[in-house]
Design a protein around this ligand. Structure first.
Ligand code: ATP
Length: 237
């Protein structure tokens, strides 16, 4: 059984449908990348999966249980956590307080101190900057806080929206290495990326989304060789 199973998912902003019947599955312990051009619907799809948007039709099952209409908090309680595009942190709060907010939906169950220690081990720079206001961090550091905050609910599944967006190359590779470490520690990751090359290098399987439909899917290694992907997204290499 797949940990996430999406079938016939449709989503509209007002009258405009932007997801036209998506079928997608995620197996436990894999990294699944969703790539595609601007406006393909990648962010929308991730937001629907994470409970930030409700779909119009279609179904989403989490470990076999229907969660199509579940709220974001209830998904967090079931171990699924979304790191939204643009990081969306509280810039006038400290790193520590932003991290603590991540425990909120599961505050009665999780060991906040232990989880924070785990986040600081992944991102030592955040330990050094724990009392700094989040708004004064660099883009890369803010992305660490955004991922750290999601980890503070101890998720088994992480949904990451464009974690490499706007980051310097050394931060991109740090974030990608961290995602691999999280998977190696047993977590499942769904990664939306414009940076198709980096995403396909990291992922086990991938979906190429175009205009709100799945255009190509398969093992990431195969997509990286697929002429439709290479021509449009990998610049011939
Ligand atoms: P990008 O990589 O540029 O973020 P994307 O693949 O993530 O693109 P989405 O952001 O999901 O694509 O957008 C899909 C479509 O939905 C686009 O046509 C976009 O203009 C539209 N859209 C996104 N958000 C809204 C909104 N809040 N209201 C209306 N239309 C929206």
């Amino acid at each position: 059984m797949s940990i996430i199973e999406v079938s016939g998912l449709r989503f509209s902003y007002g009258p405009v449908e932007v997801l036209h019947g998506i079928d997608l599955r995620v197996d436990e312990g894999e990294i699944v990348a969703v790539i595609g051009p601007n406006g393909a619907g990648k962010t929308t799809l991730l937001n629907v999966l994470g409970g930030a948007h409700r779909s119009r039709s279609g179904t989403i099952a989490l470990r076999g249980e229907d969660v199509t209409r579940a709220s974001q908090d209830s998904l967090v309680r079931r171990g699924l956590s979304l790191v939204p595009e643009g990081r969306q942190m509280f810039s006038s709060m400290t790193v520590d307080d932003n991290l603590l907010l991540g425990t909120y939906a599961r505050r009665r169950e999780v060991d906040a101190d232990g989880l924070r220690e785990m986040v600081f081990e992944l991102f030592p720079r955040l330990r050094e900057r724990r009392d700094q206001l989040a708004g004064t961090l660099s883009g890369g550091e803010q992305q660490m806080v955004a991922i750290g905050r999601a980890l503070m609910s101890d998720p088994s599944i992480l949904l990451l929206d464009e974690p490499s967006l706007g980051l310097a190359p050394q931060f991109v590779s740090l974030i990608m290495r961290t995602i691999r470490r999280l998977r190696d520690n047993g977590r499942t990751v769904v990664l939306v990326e414009q940076n198709a090359k980096a995403a396909l290098r990291l992922a086990d399987r991938a979906y190429l989304l175009e205009l709100g439909t799945v255009h190509v899917t398969g093992p990431a290694r195969e997509l990286a060789q697929d002429p439709r992907v290479v021509a449009a997204y990998l610049g011939g290499g």
